[in-house]
Structures are given as structure tokens and as C-alpha cells.
Ligand binder design. Sequence first.
Ligand code: AHG
Ligand code: MN
Ligand code: MN
Length: 332
Amino acid sequence: MSNKNKTLGEFIIENQNDFQYSSGELSRIINSIRLAAKVVNYKVNKAGLVDIVGAVGEQNIQGEDQQKLDVYANEVFIQTLINREIVCGIASEENDDFITIEGSDKSNSNKYVVLMDPLDGSSNIDVNVSVGTIFSVYRRITPLGTPVTLADFLQPGVNQVAAGYVIYGTSTMLVYTTGHGVNGFTLNPAIGTFYLSHPNMRFPENGSIYSVNEGNYRQFPQGVKDYIKYCQMEEEDRPYTSRYIGSLVSDIHRNMIKGGIYLYPTSSKSPKGKLRLLYECNPLAFVVEQAGGKASDGKNRIMELQPTELHQRIPFFCGSKNMVDTLEKFML
Ligand code: AHG
Ligand code: MN
Ligand code: MN
């Protein structure tokens, strides 16, 4: 079948044999994420209406409790995965600890764990700017049928079997990889179907966009300051253009299409960096690398870092390969 009009559902079925240990489990996880993304998309799209259609107090007009959207998205993704009994554990940016999932027979023979940032860029909701969901899938390393442990979640990013993001933007897209390139699907909201709109996405090797919260400039390490000045120099293809949405998913997505670099360095406000290794950096690094880009903490490949804690933060430099190479030279 040609790519024209191909739906995400069809794509998942066609590509099931790509998975080394194919049993349909991973396909079912992607399917569940697809479903949860549609539910969250529906809610995000009417975010501005909540106060208008909701009744006074904590409940909306249907008598449902109003929730912050990141809490809502967290529950939707977790419940969708739990209800389908397809994973043995979930870790989320919104939860202090990981969740152990028992099957109906109180054991759990599922082999995958999911890690996620259910709503990334959530402060942008109030101002009608794009937000996202980031997810990551690993095979558990502890024996099947036993409860998951922290070790199942603290795996280096190179162990990921799938990762991706949903972007709730001017259109809603689901972009993911299972280690065989990156494909992007755009939601047709009229019929609730994702279509393959961006097959085999490639990160341009070079770019002319730099994305960083320059308000923190004075607190950045000297190497990052020097690199930013380099981006602003009038030479060759520079000065680059500065673009920063403040929604990681949206900033990375734009740079992946147009070419660019995203920087979230350490600062005195965030001495270890701000972004989370497990829920944000590793999944995006996997997608970006699969598209031909690069992700680094300034010195090391993000995906080779051994995580030490669930909510670990890390400096993050990610984007067009040649731009990240240059940034790393400034960090020596
Ligand atoms: P989250 O909404 O999941 O907490 O993540 C917010 C992150 C990320 O989306 C964004 O790129 C970054 O925080 C922005 O941080 P600053 O406001 O410090 O620039
Ligand atoms: Mn986030
Ligand atoms: Mn979040």
C-alpha cells in the first residue's frame, strides 16, 4: 500500500514484524497511546471553554470535577494502559513513584514498562500555545510475572524499544519511532483518525535556529554563553534565528522540520538542568537520533547515561547533528 491515506492503525499492523520480539504487545501499547492522545486532544482543544461551560466551584456542567490538564492527561494515559493490561509498570513525571500493574490474575506477564511526561509545556495551556505528551517504552529487566522494580525504569535510553511524542498544536500529531526511523501522523479531528503525514522524518544536518531561554543567560556555563554569542555572530550563515516556545515538544518538533538546536543548560536556578532524563530527554533523544539528529548533555550522548533516579534532571542539547557537534566543542 502506498503511504497516501495510510492511517496509524494500518501502519502499526504493517510494521509489527519490525519488532525483534514481536508478539503484538508493543503494537497494542502504541495503539493505546493513540487512543489516549485522542482523548487528551479533545480536552486540550476546549481548554479555554472550561470556565465558560463549567458551573461555579469545582465541578463542570456535567458534574465532573475540574482538573488541571496535566493531572487529567496523566490519568487518561495511565488508565488507558492499565485497562488494557498491556504493561507491567508505568512511571510518570506527575507521580512521585512508579506504578506497579498487576494483571487480573494478580501476576503480570507483560514485558514492557512505559515512562511518560503526560503534558509537557502545561503552563502554555492558559495562553493557547501548543503542548505535548512524551512517552518511552522499555522491556523490563526483572523476571516476568514478578512485580516491577526501580531497576526496570532506570535503564539507559539506548534500551528504549519505542518512544515518541504527541503535539497538540495547530494540528495534532503523533510522532514516534521503534528504532526504524521516525514517522509522523496528523489527526483528522473530524473523524478522529491519525494519517501518516510525515513518513520517514529526517532532522536536517545543519540548521539556523537556536532555541534557549535566554532570560537565564547570565547563569549559563561559559561554554553555552560562548556558543550563544557564536549563534549571534555575523559570519557565513549567521546570525541564526532565535525561536523559543517554552514547550519542549513544540520546540524540538519545529527544529526537526526546519533544522536547529535546542538548549536547556544548567543554571544557578536549575543547577542540574531542568529537563527530566527519563520522561523528556531520553524519549526525545531516541526520536531525534532516529531522524539523524543528535542529543547530548554537553559532553555525553544522552541515551548512554545511566539514570540514578526516576525524576533525575539533566542539561539537554538536542538538534541538528552539526550544530550539536559545534556546541560540544564549546563545552570542552
Ligand atoms: P512541564 O510542563 O512538563 O513541566 O515541562 C516544561 C518544560 C518544557 O516543556 C519547556 O521546554 C521548559 O520546561 C521551559 O522551561 P523555562 O520556562 O524554564 O524556559
Ligand atoms: Mn515536560
Ligand atoms: Mn509535564
